[in-house]
Design a protein around this ligand. Structure first.
Ligand SMILES: [Zn+2]
Ligand SMILES: [Zn+2]
Length: 357
Protein backbone atom coordinates (compact mmCIF):
# COMPACT_ATOMS: atom_id res chain seq x y z
CA UNK A 1 0.00 0.00 0.00
CA UNK A 2 1.36 3.44 -0.93
CA UNK A 3 2.33 5.46 2.17
CA UNK A 4 0.34 8.33 0.67
CA UNK A 5 -2.81 6.33 1.39
CA UNK A 6 -2.28 7.23 5.05
CA UNK A 7 -1.21 10.85 4.63
CA UNK A 8 -3.94 12.09 2.24
CA UNK A 9 -6.52 12.60 5.05
CA UNK A 10 -3.80 14.29 7.12
CA UNK A 11 -3.17 16.82 4.30
CA UNK A 12 -6.86 17.71 4.16
CA UNK A 13 -7.00 18.28 7.92
CA UNK A 14 -3.94 20.56 7.87
CA UNK A 15 -5.24 22.58 4.90
CA UNK A 16 -8.53 23.12 6.74
CA UNK A 17 -6.64 24.10 9.88
CA UNK A 18 -4.46 26.60 8.01
CA UNK A 19 -7.53 28.06 6.30
CA UNK A 20 -9.29 28.58 9.66
CA UNK A 21 -6.22 30.03 11.40
CA UNK A 22 -5.56 32.41 8.50
CA UNK A 23 -9.17 33.59 8.58
CA UNK A 24 -8.87 34.27 12.31
CA UNK A 25 -5.83 36.44 11.61
CA UNK A 26 -7.76 38.25 8.88
CA UNK A 27 -5.58 36.78 6.10
CA UNK A 28 -7.10 35.63 2.81
CA UNK A 29 -4.48 33.16 1.63
CA UNK A 30 -6.83 30.68 -0.05
CA UNK A 31 -8.77 31.24 -3.27
CA UNK A 32 -11.17 28.46 -4.13
CA UNK A 33 -10.19 27.87 -7.78
CA UNK A 34 -6.48 27.95 -7.05
CA UNK A 35 -6.88 25.64 -4.05
CA UNK A 36 -9.02 23.12 -5.92
CA UNK A 37 -6.54 23.20 -8.83
CA UNK A 38 -3.59 22.65 -6.47
CA UNK A 39 -5.21 19.68 -4.74
CA UNK A 40 -6.50 18.19 -8.01
CA UNK A 41 -2.99 18.58 -9.45
CA UNK A 42 -1.66 16.72 -6.41
CA UNK A 43 -4.14 13.91 -7.02
CA UNK A 44 -3.19 13.76 -10.73
CA UNK A 45 0.48 13.65 -9.74
CA UNK A 46 -0.12 10.80 -7.31
CA UNK A 47 -2.26 8.88 -9.80
CA UNK A 48 0.52 9.04 -12.41
CA UNK A 49 3.30 8.45 -9.91
CA UNK A 50 1.68 5.26 -8.67
CA UNK A 51 3.29 3.85 -11.82
CA UNK A 52 5.91 6.58 -12.38
CA UNK A 53 7.51 5.85 -9.01
CA UNK A 54 7.92 2.29 -10.27
CA UNK A 55 10.21 3.64 -13.01
CA UNK A 56 12.38 5.50 -10.47
CA UNK A 57 12.51 2.53 -8.11
CA UNK A 58 13.39 0.14 -10.94
CA UNK A 59 16.14 2.38 -12.33
CA UNK A 60 17.60 3.02 -8.87
CA UNK A 61 17.64 -0.70 -8.08
CA UNK A 62 19.53 -1.34 -11.36
CA UNK A 63 22.06 1.36 -10.46
CA UNK A 64 22.63 0.16 -6.90
CA UNK A 65 22.99 -3.48 -8.01
CA UNK A 66 25.46 -2.55 -10.73
CA UNK A 67 27.57 0.10 -8.99
CA UNK A 68 26.91 -0.03 -5.21
CA UNK A 69 30.30 0.09 -3.46
CA UNK A 70 29.43 -0.20 0.25
CA UNK A 71 26.88 -2.06 2.35
CA UNK A 72 24.76 0.10 4.64
CA UNK A 73 23.46 -1.11 8.00
CA UNK A 74 19.85 0.12 8.15
CA UNK A 75 19.77 -0.37 11.94
CA UNK A 76 22.43 2.33 12.42
CA UNK A 77 20.68 5.65 13.06
CA UNK A 78 23.76 7.67 12.08
CA UNK A 79 23.73 6.12 8.64
CA UNK A 80 20.15 7.36 8.26
CA UNK A 81 21.25 10.87 9.20
CA UNK A 82 24.16 10.73 6.74
CA UNK A 83 21.84 9.22 4.11
CA UNK A 84 19.35 12.06 4.58
CA UNK A 85 22.04 14.72 4.19
CA UNK A 86 23.35 13.01 1.04
CA UNK A 87 19.82 12.59 -0.33
CA UNK A 88 19.08 16.27 0.24
CA UNK A 89 22.32 17.21 -1.54
CA UNK A 90 21.18 15.22 -4.60
CA UNK A 91 17.71 16.78 -4.26
CA UNK A 92 19.29 20.24 -4.39
CA UNK A 93 20.70 19.43 -7.84
CA UNK A 94 17.46 17.82 -9.06
CA UNK A 95 15.64 20.95 -8.00
CA UNK A 96 18.24 23.37 -9.29
CA UNK A 97 18.33 21.80 -12.75
CA UNK A 98 14.53 21.73 -12.56
CA UNK A 99 14.74 25.53 -12.58
CA UNK A 100 17.77 26.11 -14.77
CA UNK A 101 17.37 23.58 -17.61
CA UNK A 102 14.36 24.16 -19.80
CA UNK A 103 13.38 20.51 -20.34
CA UNK A 104 13.44 19.85 -16.60
CA UNK A 105 11.63 23.13 -15.89
CA UNK A 106 8.83 21.72 -18.09
CA UNK A 107 8.37 19.05 -15.40
CA UNK A 108 8.76 21.35 -12.38
CA UNK A 109 6.94 24.51 -13.50
CA UNK A 110 3.60 23.11 -12.37
CA UNK A 111 4.72 23.38 -8.72
CA UNK A 112 5.28 27.10 -9.21
CA UNK A 113 2.19 27.81 -11.28
CA UNK A 114 0.05 28.72 -8.26
CA UNK A 115 -0.13 32.43 -7.56
CA UNK A 116 -1.03 31.67 -3.95
CA UNK A 117 1.14 30.13 -1.27
CA UNK A 118 -0.40 27.78 1.25
CA UNK A 119 -0.46 24.12 2.30
CA UNK A 120 -2.50 23.26 -0.81
CA UNK A 121 0.27 24.71 -3.02
CA UNK A 122 2.59 22.07 -1.54
CA UNK A 123 0.42 19.39 -3.16
CA UNK A 124 0.78 20.94 -6.62
CA UNK A 125 3.45 18.42 -7.58
CA UNK A 126 4.72 17.32 -10.97
CA UNK A 127 3.30 14.24 -12.66
CA UNK A 128 6.15 14.05 -15.18
CA UNK A 129 9.39 14.29 -13.21
CA UNK A 130 9.72 10.53 -12.74
CA UNK A 131 11.37 9.95 -16.13
CA UNK A 132 14.63 11.73 -15.27
CA UNK A 133 14.91 12.49 -11.55
CA UNK A 134 16.38 9.08 -10.65
CA UNK A 135 19.56 9.95 -12.59
CA UNK A 136 20.46 12.59 -10.00
CA UNK A 137 20.47 10.00 -7.22
CA UNK A 138 23.21 7.94 -8.91
CA UNK A 139 25.77 9.07 -6.25
CA UNK A 140 23.60 7.42 -3.55
CA UNK A 141 23.43 4.23 -5.62
CA UNK A 142 27.21 4.26 -6.10
CA UNK A 143 27.65 4.66 -2.33
CA UNK A 144 25.43 1.61 -1.96
CA UNK A 145 22.43 3.21 -0.17
CA UNK A 146 19.94 0.30 -0.30
CA UNK A 147 16.71 0.69 -2.26
CA UNK A 148 14.41 0.59 0.78
CA UNK A 149 16.49 3.24 2.53
CA UNK A 150 16.45 5.37 -0.64
CA UNK A 151 12.64 5.17 -0.77
CA UNK A 152 12.21 6.11 2.91
CA UNK A 153 14.73 8.98 2.63
CA UNK A 154 12.81 10.24 -0.41
CA UNK A 155 9.56 10.19 1.54
CA UNK A 156 11.12 12.01 4.51
CA UNK A 157 12.55 14.70 2.20
CA UNK A 158 9.24 15.13 0.38
CA UNK A 159 7.04 15.15 3.48
CA UNK A 160 9.31 17.64 5.24
CA UNK A 161 8.68 20.05 2.38
CA UNK A 162 4.94 19.99 2.99
CA UNK A 163 4.85 22.19 6.08
CA UNK A 164 7.13 24.93 4.70
CA UNK A 165 4.39 26.01 2.26
CA UNK A 166 2.74 28.39 4.67
CA UNK A 167 2.49 32.14 5.25
CA UNK A 168 1.45 31.69 8.88
CA UNK A 169 4.96 31.02 10.19
CA UNK A 170 7.43 33.91 10.31
CA UNK A 171 11.19 33.72 10.48
CA UNK A 172 12.54 30.92 12.65
CA UNK A 173 15.68 32.36 14.23
CA UNK A 174 18.73 30.13 14.18
CA UNK A 175 16.99 27.54 11.95
CA UNK A 176 17.10 30.05 9.08
CA UNK A 177 20.85 29.51 8.98
CA UNK A 178 20.79 25.90 7.82
CA UNK A 179 17.22 24.63 7.38
CA UNK A 180 14.58 25.12 4.71
CA UNK A 181 11.86 27.11 6.47
CA UNK A 182 8.55 28.69 5.44
CA UNK A 183 10.34 32.05 5.16
CA UNK A 184 13.09 30.96 2.77
CA UNK A 185 10.70 28.72 0.81
CA UNK A 186 8.36 31.68 0.29
CA UNK A 187 11.29 33.32 -1.46
CA UNK A 188 11.68 30.22 -3.63
CA UNK A 189 8.07 30.58 -4.81
CA UNK A 190 8.38 34.30 -5.47
CA UNK A 191 8.57 35.88 -8.91
CA UNK A 192 10.10 39.12 -7.63
CA UNK A 193 13.49 39.85 -9.14
CA UNK A 194 15.33 38.94 -5.95
CA UNK A 195 13.51 35.59 -5.64
CA UNK A 196 14.19 34.09 -9.07
CA UNK A 197 16.37 30.93 -8.99
CA UNK A 198 16.88 31.06 -5.24
CA UNK A 199 16.57 28.57 -2.34
CA UNK A 200 16.53 25.14 -3.96
CA UNK A 201 17.14 23.06 -0.81
CA UNK A 202 14.65 20.40 0.30
CA UNK A 203 15.41 20.09 4.03
CA UNK A 204 18.72 21.94 4.39
CA UNK A 205 19.46 25.42 3.06
CA UNK A 206 23.22 24.93 3.51
CA UNK A 207 23.53 23.82 -0.14
CA UNK A 208 22.14 27.16 -1.30
CA UNK A 209 24.61 28.97 0.93
CA UNK A 210 27.47 26.81 -0.36
CA UNK A 211 26.63 27.29 -4.04
CA UNK A 212 25.51 30.94 -3.91
CA UNK A 213 21.79 30.46 -4.56
CA UNK A 214 20.47 31.59 -1.17
CA UNK A 215 18.30 34.65 -0.52
CA UNK A 216 16.62 35.76 2.70
CA UNK A 217 13.03 36.96 2.68
CA UNK A 218 12.88 40.76 2.61
CA UNK A 219 10.63 42.82 4.79
CA UNK A 220 10.58 45.81 2.44
CA UNK A 221 9.11 43.96 -0.56
CA UNK A 222 6.15 41.59 -0.41
CA UNK A 223 6.67 38.28 -2.19
CA UNK A 224 4.47 37.82 -5.25
CA UNK A 225 3.97 34.10 -5.84
CA UNK A 226 3.96 32.34 -9.21
CA UNK A 227 5.98 32.49 -12.41
CA UNK A 228 6.68 35.27 -14.90
CA UNK A 229 5.05 33.37 -17.73
CA UNK A 230 1.77 32.51 -15.98
CA UNK A 231 -0.14 29.30 -16.62
CA UNK A 232 -3.54 31.03 -16.75
CA UNK A 233 -5.42 27.74 -16.56
CA UNK A 234 -7.16 25.58 -13.97
CA UNK A 235 -6.49 22.37 -15.88
CA UNK A 236 -3.99 20.14 -13.98
CA UNK A 237 -3.19 18.06 -17.07
CA UNK A 238 -2.43 21.13 -19.19
CA UNK A 239 -0.43 22.52 -16.28
CA UNK A 240 1.76 19.42 -16.43
CA UNK A 241 2.37 19.41 -20.17
CA UNK A 242 2.11 23.02 -21.35
CA UNK A 243 5.82 23.80 -21.11
CA UNK A 244 6.76 20.58 -22.97
CA UNK A 245 4.36 21.74 -25.70
CA UNK A 246 6.03 25.16 -25.79
CA UNK A 247 9.48 23.57 -26.09
CA UNK A 248 8.24 21.30 -28.91
CA UNK A 249 6.84 24.32 -30.77
CA UNK A 250 10.10 26.24 -30.35
CA UNK A 251 12.18 23.26 -31.49
CA UNK A 252 9.96 22.81 -34.55
CA UNK A 253 10.33 26.47 -35.44
CA UNK A 254 14.12 26.55 -34.87
CA UNK A 255 16.42 26.98 -37.82
CA UNK A 256 19.55 25.24 -36.53
CA UNK A 257 20.50 22.34 -34.28
CA UNK A 258 22.29 24.73 -31.96
CA UNK A 259 19.07 26.68 -31.52
CA UNK A 260 17.12 23.45 -30.91
CA UNK A 261 19.57 22.36 -28.22
CA UNK A 262 19.31 25.76 -26.53
CA UNK A 263 15.52 25.47 -26.47
CA UNK A 264 15.73 22.05 -24.80
CA UNK A 265 18.73 22.40 -22.49
CA UNK A 266 19.15 26.17 -22.19
CA UNK A 267 17.91 28.32 -19.31
CA UNK A 268 14.12 28.74 -19.13
CA UNK A 269 14.67 32.46 -18.66
CA UNK A 270 16.82 32.52 -21.80
CA UNK A 271 15.46 32.33 -25.31
CA UNK A 272 12.30 30.47 -24.39
CA UNK A 273 11.02 33.05 -21.98
CA UNK A 274 12.16 35.95 -24.08
CA UNK A 275 10.37 34.43 -27.06
CA UNK A 276 7.17 34.10 -25.06
CA UNK A 277 6.87 37.23 -22.94
CA UNK A 278 8.09 40.74 -22.86
CA UNK A 279 10.79 41.11 -20.24
CA UNK A 280 10.54 44.23 -18.11
CA UNK A 281 11.41 45.15 -14.51
CA UNK A 282 9.04 43.41 -12.11
CA UNK A 283 6.80 45.58 -10.00
CA UNK A 284 5.11 43.61 -7.16
CA UNK A 285 2.50 46.35 -6.72
CA UNK A 286 1.22 45.94 -10.29
CA UNK A 287 0.69 42.19 -10.12
CA UNK A 288 -2.86 40.87 -10.67
CA UNK A 289 -3.35 37.14 -9.97
CA UNK A 290 -5.14 34.97 -12.51
CA UNK A 291 -8.84 34.60 -11.77
CA UNK A 292 -11.94 33.66 -13.72
CA UNK A 293 -15.57 34.12 -12.65
CA UNK A 294 -16.70 31.22 -10.49
CA UNK A 295 -20.48 30.99 -10.14
CA UNK A 296 -21.69 29.21 -6.99
CA UNK A 297 -22.59 25.98 -8.83
CA UNK A 298 -19.06 25.82 -10.29
CA UNK A 299 -17.57 26.26 -6.84
CA UNK A 300 -19.65 23.30 -5.65
CA UNK A 301 -18.58 21.22 -8.69
CA UNK A 302 -14.94 22.10 -8.01
CA UNK A 303 -15.04 21.07 -4.35
CA UNK A 304 -16.95 17.88 -5.22
CA UNK A 305 -14.35 17.04 -7.90
CA UNK A 306 -11.60 17.23 -5.28
CA UNK A 307 -13.48 15.07 -2.78
CA UNK A 308 -14.41 12.56 -5.48
CA UNK A 309 -10.84 12.59 -6.80
CA UNK A 310 -9.43 11.94 -3.32
CA UNK A 311 -11.75 8.95 -2.92
CA UNK A 312 -10.82 7.73 -6.44
CA UNK A 313 -7.12 8.01 -5.57
CA UNK A 314 -7.51 6.13 -2.28
CA UNK A 315 -9.49 3.45 -4.18
CA UNK A 316 -6.68 3.30 -6.77
CA UNK A 317 -4.11 2.68 -4.02
CA UNK A 318 -6.42 0.04 -2.56
CA UNK A 319 -7.10 -1.78 -5.84
CA UNK A 320 -3.61 -1.48 -7.29
CA UNK A 321 -2.15 -4.80 -6.06
CA UNK A 322 -4.90 -6.64 -7.99
CA UNK A 323 -4.79 -4.54 -11.18
CA UNK A 324 -2.84 -5.36 -14.33
CA UNK A 325 -0.80 -2.69 -16.15
CA UNK A 326 -3.55 -2.08 -18.74
CA UNK A 327 -6.24 -1.67 -16.08
CA UNK A 328 -4.01 0.66 -14.04
CA UNK A 329 -3.30 2.83 -17.09
CA UNK A 330 -7.01 2.96 -17.88
CA UNK A 331 -7.88 3.96 -14.31
CA UNK A 332 -5.18 6.63 -14.41
CA UNK A 333 -6.34 7.94 -17.79
CA UNK A 334 -9.93 8.20 -16.51
CA UNK A 335 -8.76 10.28 -13.54
CA UNK A 336 -6.68 12.58 -15.76
CA UNK A 337 -9.59 13.06 -18.19
CA UNK A 338 -11.93 13.87 -15.29
CA UNK A 339 -9.68 16.52 -13.74
CA UNK A 340 -8.80 18.04 -17.09
CA UNK A 341 -12.54 18.30 -17.86
CA UNK A 342 -13.25 20.04 -14.54
CA UNK A 343 -10.36 22.47 -15.09
CA UNK A 344 -11.49 23.28 -18.63
CA UNK A 345 -15.08 23.68 -17.46
CA UNK A 346 -13.92 26.48 -15.17
CA UNK A 347 -12.37 28.25 -18.14
CA UNK A 348 -15.29 27.86 -20.50
CA UNK A 349 -17.09 31.14 -21.27
CA UNK A 350 -20.51 29.49 -21.37
CA UNK A 351 -19.99 28.09 -17.89
CA UNK A 352 -18.36 31.09 -16.28
CA UNK A 353 -20.54 33.59 -18.11
CA UNK A 354 -17.44 35.56 -19.07
CA UNK A 355 -15.06 35.83 -21.97
CA UNK A 356 -12.15 33.38 -21.93
CA UNK A 357 -9.12 35.04 -20.39
ZN1 LIG B 1 11.12 24.90 -7.37
ZN1 LIG C 1 7.47 24.54 -2.99
Amino acid sequence: MSPFFYVVPFFFVLITLEFVLARRRGLEIYRLQDTVTSINTGIVSQAVNVLGAGVSVYMYSLMVDAFGLFSWDASNLWLWVIGLVLYDFCYYWVHRTGHEVNLFWAAHVIHHSSEDFNLATALRQSATGFWFKWVFYAPLAVLGVPLKMFIVLGLIDLLYQYWVHTQLVGRMGVLERFMVTPSNHRVHHGQNDYCIDRNYGGIFSVWDKMFGTYADEREDEKVVYGVRKPLRSWDPVWGNIHHYVLIARLVRGASSWRERLVHVFGKPRGPVLLAAVEEKPFNPEEFVPFATPAPRFMQVIGVCSTLLGAVALMTFYWLLPGLGLGQSLLYMAAMLAFFSFIGQLWLHPRVTGAARQ
